[in-house]
Design a protein. Structure first.
Length: 316
């Protein structure tokens, strides 16, 4: 479909990139699964965390669309999905305004989570919004200096999963508006559970960066794939897969968990198939569907892992 044939409503859907929303939901699903296991599940904080994560994801998508266009990173040679700012579908200032409104909505929703979780949520929320903008915007855009992978691993993995667990545990175990981290609300195990989500979320970015490497190299976007080449990017992809599938074994070795935590291994055939494609291909027509499949891998892994964590009283 040419850009002339895209309606205004369709353009906003493209800008929001709904195909990325399962990736935003995945850390909330895993954090909630662990909260159920530990007896600290709280419905309203879990729902608020889910909606907040989706708003931050959409806001980040708007930011990427806007800043990549105004910085000249989106050219006519782009092999990825349509960008509405660079394609002239929506005015740059309109996309920028939508970005700020979406982040503002996430902050507004976050006031409830601040009431539940106190000062730590203020820090997490502000850093998440600031990083969503700084990924492609600001004086030192993270994605343009090879820091995008670290940003995704930390904020869309570790922080998102552990934060989801924290707000539910805080609602269950602590008084509102705490100034510190109440005891028992942020166990190390929550960070370990976040690692597979962090790793697979990072791999979505790796696929994107391998696909865009040649264009990024010409526009000054110094991703890890640009800096170190296809070989290093592919090694990173495989390393992230190995990390993701090693974590269930760590949980299996803990007395409180059973073989149910191995449910994510049902996604291993899909992971291996995606890996084979990543090791051989660089063309956009191949890696565009691979990008979507990697997102589906993350979502499926997250659901199965959450089930495994929450149903550990029912050994396989």
């Amino acid at each position: 479909m040419s850009t002339q044939e895209i309606t205004r409503r369709r353009a906003w859907v493209i800008a929001a990139r709904p195909q990325t929303l399962p990736a935003a939901a995945s850390p909330v699903i895993v954090g909630t699964g662990l909260a159920i296991h530990d007896g600290v599940f709280a419905l309203l904080p879990a729902l608020a965390a889910l909606v907040g994560a989706e708003l931050i994801q959409i806001g980040t998508n708007f930011a990427n669309d806007y800043y990549d266009a105004v910085k000249g990173a989106d050219t006519e040679d782009r092999e990825g999905f349509t960008r509405v700012t660079a394609g002239g579908l929506i005015a740059p200032e309109t996309v920028k305004r939508a970005m700020y409104l979406t982040f503002a909505a996430s902050v507004l929703l976050g006031t409830y989570l601040v009431y539940v979780g106190g000062a730590p949520i203020v820090v997490i929320g502000l850093l998440s919004v600031a990083s969503g903008i700084a990924y492609t915007g600001g004086p030192y855009p993270l994605g343009y200096h090879g820091l995008g992978d670290l940003f995704v691993f930390v904020f869309f993995g570790l922080v998102a999963v552990a934060g989801t667990y924290y707000v539910q545990a805080a609602a269950t175990l602590a008084a509102p508006l705490s100034t510190g981290i109440p005891p028992g609300t942020l166990p190390v195990i929550a960070l370990v559970a976040a690692v597979p989500v962090a790793a697979l979320s990072t791999n979505i970015l790796v696929v994107n960066n391998v696909r865009d490497r040649e264009e990024d190299a010409t526009t000054g976007k110094r991703t890890l794939a640009v800096r170190f080449g296809y070989g290093v990017a592919r090694a990173e992809f495989v390393a992230m897969l190995l990390l993701a599938y090693a974590v269930p074994l760590w949980f299996l070795d803990r007395p409180a968990f059973t073989a149910a935590v191995l449910l994510p291994y049902l996604t291993l055939p899909l992971a291996l198939d995606i890996a084979r494609t990543m090791l051989d291909e660089t063309a956009g027509e191949v890696l565009n569907p691979t990008l979507e499949r990697t997102g589906r891998l993350l979502a499926a892994y997250a659901v199965l892992f959450a089930v495994g964590l929450s149903l550990t009283d029912l050994p396989l």
